[in-house]
Design a protein around this ligand. Structure first.
Ligand code: CTP
Ligand code: CA
Length: 226
């Protein structure tokens, strides 16, 4: 049997990771969503588990099996994600929000399939709660990490998000690079802090990005504990 050989520096710590997309149903057969694969969040959860953490993985619908050795909660909507993350975050030392949360849901979810009508239709959408921002308003000693995908002014926008949500740092990535971000096995991210300081990390596997993310979070948790 192969045992993990790396450091066990997260022994005794509780880590919550959100992953994948959310689905916001318009009616029983239609929803608004996005192409998040869940791979980045699953990699963070698996790396945290292998370093000794007790892990809760809250994931939207993805084509990935439940990883062993952790609690896995499957959700669909942003409201369900919020419930599961906030409950698990009660005793958490670290929360990593990789989930691609839909910003809006149907103002009124129809309980029957809507037949098409002649001509244009419009959707009435209402904003979903910002889960990371909610965690940030009651931060306590928890370390909070977000992800952001931007098409322009990435560092500036990510720093503002870190500030607004009271997150320790945000990993920024761009949707355009082949093989990275949505669906790929690699990622190229920039670590961005609220004060605008940032570091470009090299393009590497999502597992290696997870390792570096947890190195940074572990430093902050040690800082918070001392
Ligand atoms: N996030 C969240 N709840 C939401 C939306 C986003 O917790 N309702 C988290 C994401 O999981 C991510 C971080 O916030 O870790 C940044 O997400 P992003 O979509 O970039 O931020 P938004 O505030 O929604 O800004 P934008 O208008 O650019 O979509
Ligand atoms: Ca958003």
């Amino acid at each position: 049997l192969l045992q993990p050989t790396g450091p066990r520096d997260l022994e005794g710590l509780q880590v919550v990771v959100s992953a994948g997309p959310t689905r916001e149903y318009l009616d029983p057969v239609r929803y608004i969503s996005n192409p998040s694969s869940g791979k980045m969040g699953f990699a963070v959860a698996q790396e945290a588990r292998d370093r000794g953490a007790r892990v809760t993985l809250v994931t939207g619908p993805v084509n990935l099996p439940d990883p062993s050795g952790m609690r896995v909660v499957r959700i669909e909507s942003a409201l369900e994600l919020r419930g599961a993350v906030l409950a698990a975050a009660q005793d958490a030392d670290l929360v990593v929000m990789t989930a691609a949360v839909a910003d809006y849901r149907a103002a009124e979810q129809q309980h029957e399939k809507q037949a098409k009508v002649a001509g244009d239709v419009s959707l009435h959408l209402t904003p979903n709660p910002d889960i990371l921002a909610e965690l940030g308003t009651n931060k306590g000693s928890r370390v909070l990490v977000g992800f952001a995908m931007e098409t322009h002014a990435g560092v500036e926008r990510a720093a503002l998000k870190a500030q607004r949500k009271n997150a320790d740092f945000i990993l920024l990535n761009y949707p355009t690079q082949a093989g990275t971000a949505f669906g790929g096995d690699d990622n190229q991210v920039t670590l961005v802090r609220a004060d605008g300081s940032h570091e470009d990390w090299p393009r590497t596997s999502k597992r290696e990005v997870a390792r570096r993310l947890l190195d940074e979070a572990a430093r902050l948790m040690r800082g918070a504990a001392s």
